[in-house]
Design a protein around this ligand. Structure first.
Ligand SMILES: N[C@@H](CCC(=O)N[C@@H](CS)C(=O)NCC(=O)O)C(=O)O
Length: 286
């Protein structure tokens, strides 16, 4: 459904709109932030390209605009940034608030198939279909043909899988410390067991970037940009496994950069936000 504009906040010369709407995918109210760069815009279509940023575990759509700061770089390139939430909230699913890495704040950008979760936990459809449809309907200035996707950690997993599952729909993809091979890490195994069931391994593979990239044939190239900090404890614990993704991608052009001394936090994201927005601008702004 249409968005209610709860607030407009001046930010880096543009405006951060705090939006809320009723979602048919999650059957809950969903909050998000939309950052609009200042006009005039100078893109061939006269519309504003869009970059979707998917956040990680425990986050809402507020963490990144408040601490990740993609906005000044988006202003430089004339790009809008969408910061959605990471799960439904208040769906009243039994146990949804019991874990920080499963349930609320941890929707994993999948459509759940298990009885308990499937009514509300449909973040794949929400992000990939409902949200853009509603945004392009209400904000006609946004360019529906110029959309890129990025994200952090669980959101990096969301960005990579949503990009790979929809060839041609998104023009660019990047990720900060993504969960790159969820079927082989504790976070992913816990989430996929809950959302798909322990036995449904076929479904698990459908939402695993490392599995998906093996069959990626779009021109045989995949110019993804991935950054991972070498001091990231989740990387050290084997939750992220970017090396598995890189290996599975073979010579397809995936760039994985290991950033010396950086951890998993938004200090890391803000440090490389400019590189990522610039990377997307190459594909979105021509
Ligand atoms: N709460 C977790 C940490 C979760 C965490 O680090 N989440 C990341 C995303 S995977 C994050 O960005 N958290 C929010 C923040 O730092 O603003 C813990 O206690 O280990």
């Amino acid at each position: 459904m249409a968005f209610e504009i709860k607030a407009k906040i001046a930010n880096f010369g543009g405006q951060l709109l705090k939006l809320e709407h009723q979602s048919t995918s999650t059957k809950t109210k969903m909050a998000l932030n939309l950052f609009l760069p200042p006009t005039p815009i100078s893109h061939p279509s006269d519309k504003i390209p869009v970059l979707i940023f998917l956040s990680g575990l425990t986050c809402t759509g507020d963490n990144c605009p408040e601490k990740g700061f993609l906005q000044p770089h988006a202003v430089k390139h004339g790009i809008a940034v969408v910061y959605p939430d990471t799960s439904p909230r208040g769906a009243k699913v039994e146990g949804e608030d019991d874990n920080w890495d499963f349930g609320s704040g941890a929707g994993f950008y999948v459509d759940a198939t298990t009885e308990r979760w499937r009514n509300n936990y449909n973040m794949y459809t929400y992000i990939n279909e409902e949200l853009p449809l509603e945004l392009f309907k209400q904000f006609e200035v946004l360019d529906s043909g110029k959309v890129g996707i990025t994200g952090h950690s669980m959101g990096g997993h969301g960005a990579l899988t949503i990009f790979l599952k929809n060839p041609g729909k998104y023009l660019s993809v990047s990720a900060f410390a993504p969960i790159s091979n969820p079927i082989n890490c504790p976070w992913g195994q816990k989430a996929f067991s809950g959302y798909f069931g322990e036995e449904n391994k076929e479904k698990w593979a459908e939402h695993d970037a490392t599995e998906l990239v093996k069959s990626w044939e779009e021109n045989e190239t995949l110019e993804a940009l991935i950054d991972v900090g070498t001091a990231d404890n989740f990387y050290k614990q084997g939750q992220l496994l970017p090396e598995n993704f890189k290996k599975a991608a073979g010579g397809k052009g995936v760039q994985v950069r290991y950033q010396e001394g950086y951890d998993h936090s938004y200090f890391f994201i803000s440090s490389f936000a400019g590189d990522h927005v610039g990377f997307h601008a190459k594909y979105l702004c021509n």
